[in-house]
Write a protein that binds this ligand. Structure first.
Ligand SMILES: [Zn+2]
Length: 652
């Protein structure tokens, strides 16, 4: 069946085509004769544009993102050469390109972040800046749709080094920025050049006559094309994404670079096997995260059982053996990625900000695909901890690498030569509301607990809560559109399932539990009030015994927040502090220098005499003394006096 490109100028909301077997994209995507698909709930996320965050945790971060981070990105794009690269390409210059080959992607991702901000509220200054850069992109674009400033200025042959040169990766970020911008503003300023480029890529790559094979060394184009297909209703983009995903693993990079197949290891590029054959998460962490996001998007369309089984295997290895307690993944500097199971260092943890973001994206997708809260638990842990750590409280400094312990020398930078993380952090903070709610035909899912409002389509929700500092959540339903539906409230795994719920003040004894959600099914009327109480004791987490650097140590957590100890809060060196078993730790006061984040306080022991000048010495008795201990959320560390930090603390 051929589906014409729908007219999408009128609005971004996709109509549902009733008789299709997949409504994620709005058109059937499985060719006739494919095996039966797995029955999947396939939730629809509520757009971040329908969600308003009015809390004391995320709302200040979104304000700082809008007022400080996005203007900072624009300044850095000017300073670091991104803008001049486009100016040189527009002038058809053949010299003067600055920076690494993937510079364009930083500019596109910054536009994506800016567009997310515009989707929440108008902002003349940001809109004007986006329009200026969009005009520059259109000026740089070649008549047939190609645009890549490095290749144009350096005069390289296009698509001649797919393994290393990120052309399709850059194109993917242009497409994503264009879709976000069109959805946010209705403007085609970015969408038109993105479509021209996507069409050129579609003409170039494929199995048809005169087309070539290949795929990008860094996945991104795939999930971007699927987004574009959903936005435009044009299945060519979906088919092209599927082509790229399913080609991967045919070891074309070996051919491209003349590497004998028996000496070729494509793991770094996720090119070691075909997509359905992956047995664990491996290789470069961000590449893995983005590729499996695309695979998840394909599986959501087709219900492909082999793809779903592969995603299960990858998910298990990622979350059970290869991710950090703070929510990120990717252990090693050497490959910016995975090594072996349980290799999860502390001082040496890589945990790139973009890798954490990619895990949050994957967790969210799988949560929607399966309608299962345990995936959202992982997204929540990433978002509230390692993602937030990526950006300073003033919004203008960023971590690329996020260790779990520091000797006091690791600090955020205003920018990086490889500047993937700053704009990625900006766009996920602006779009955070998109992670909070989802719907199915007669279900509203509450996935994250953030004070504010959400127009879910089935009802408007007004949420009151002090989460993540307090587990009480009140949800008032306004103007339900249909008489009966289920409100499904996530019961986080960390709450051990002990949850109290009431509807209009009465205990909801009839509430069911399904796939990690509390299910409140009834005929709702305007003003109905649901109260949920999640217990939030301070938890002491310990790692699997094979996580060597966490042996004999605990990490402190409360609700979704993982804590760390910073030297500026302690009376003894952090490396000597021991949290004794049985010592009560309490929620401490709000820390005014950390945007009001709540601390944990209690009494620890300090192992004085533990340090000496000697690298090695005979063991000798230590004299522990009691000292106060104060822990702060990991997502807020390195915002005060520089000094040592530890997530994993010696356990007594
Ligand atoms: Zn990055």
């Amino acid at each position: 069946m051929t589906v014409r490109r729908r007219e999408f100028l009128a609005g971004a909301t996709l109509p549902l085509l009733g008789a299709t077997r997949s409504w994620t994209l709005g058109f059937p995507t499985a060719p006739p004769g494919e095996p039966a698909a797995a029955p999947l709930p396939r939730l629809r996320p509520v757009s971040y544009r329908q969600v308003r965050l009015r809390d004391s945790f995320w709302a200040p971060r979104q304000r700082i993102n809008r007022e400080a981070t996005v203007p900072h990105l624009f300044r850095e794009l000017e300073r670091a050469g991104h803008v001049s690269n486009f100016e040189r390409a527009a002038a058809r210059a053949k010299e003067g390109y600055r920076g690494p080959v993937y510079m364009d992607s930083d500019l596109y991702k910054s536009l994506d972040a800016a567009a997310y901000v515009l989707g929440l509220e108008p902002n003349a200054g940001i809109a004007e800046h986006v329009d200026k850069l969009a005009a520059l992109i259109r000026a740089a674009q070649q008549p047939d749709g190609y645009v890549n400033t490095c290749y144009q200025v350096k005069g390289r042959t296009r698509f001649s080094n797919l393994r290393d040169d990120h052309e399709l990766y850059c194109a993917g970020h242009l497409i994503e920025a264009a879709v976000t911008h069109h959805q946010a503003t209705g403007s085609r300023a970015l969408l038109d050049p993105a479509l021209r480029y996507a069409d050129l890529i579609d003409r170039t790559f494929g199995k048809g006559p005169g087309q070539r094979g290949g795929y990008c060394g860094h996945p991104e184009i795939e999930l971007a094309l699927i987004r574009l297909a959903g936005h435009t209703g044009d299945r060519r983009y979906y088919d092209l994404a599927r082509f790229f995903v399913e080609q991967r693993g045919t070891k074309q990079f070996a051919v491209e670079h003349g590497v004998p197949l028996d000496r070729y290891d494509g793991t770094y590029f996720l090119d070691q096997c075909r997509i359905r054959e992956h047995t664990a998460i491996a290789g470069h962490a961000v590449r893995a995260g983005y590729l499996f996001c695309a695979a998840s998007d394909l599986a959501a369309e087709t219900g492909d059982l082999e793809m779903l089984a592969m995603l299960d295997r990858v998910w298990q290895s990622a979350t059970e053996r290869r991710s950090f307690v703070t929510g990120g993944m990717g252990s090693s500097h050497h490959n910016e990625g995975f090594t072996s199971d349980y290799d999860l260092p502390t001082y040496g943890a890589y945990q790139e900000s973009c890798a954490t973001i990619s895990l949050a994206m994957l967790a969210h997708r799988l949560g929607l695909l399966h309608g299962d809260a345990r995936y959202i638990d992982v997204a929540e842990r990433a978002l509230y901890n390692a993602v937030l750590a990526g950006v300073s409280l003033d919004g203008t400094r960023f971590f690329y690498v996020n260790p779990l312990a520091s000797m006091g020398t690791h600090h955020r930078e205003p920018w990086y030569d490889t500047a993937c993380c700053p704009p990625n952090l900006a766009r996920i903070v602006a779009g955070l509301g998109g992670y909070a709610y989802a719907t199915a035909e007669r279900d509203v899912y509450v996935n994250l607990f953030v004070q504010g409002t959400a127009d879910t389509g089935l009802a408007r929700l007004e949420v009151m809560t002090e989460y993540p500092w307090d587990g009480r959540i009140t949800i008032t339903l306004r103007e339900p559109k249909t008489s009966s539906f289920a409100l499904r409230v996530r019961v986080p795994g960390w709450s051990a399932g002990d949850v109290v719920s009431r509807v209009n003040g009465q205990p909801s004894t009839d509430a069911a539990r399904e796939r990690g959600y509390l299910v409140l099914r009834r005929t709702w009327k305007d003003g109905d009030r649901v109260e949920v109480e999640l217990p939030m004791p301070v938890r002491r987490l310990e790692a699997h015994p094979l996580v060597a650097e966490a042996a004999g140590r605990v990490a402190l957590a409360r609700g979704p927040i993982v804590y760390c100890i910073e030297q500026c809060d302690q009376q003894a060196p952090v490396s000597t502090l021991v949290v004794p078993a049985g010592e009560e730790l309490r929620l401490g006061p709000a820390e005014p220098r950390l945007l009001g984040a709540r601390t944990l306080t209690g009494t620890a022991r300090s192992l004085e005499g533990a340090s000496s000048e000697d690298l090695y010495r005979e063991q000798r008795p230590r004299q522990p003394r009691s000292v106060p201990i104060k822990a702060v959320p990991y997502g807020f560390w390195d915002n005060r006096e520089p000094g040592p930090m530890q997530v994993w603390i010696l356990a007594g």
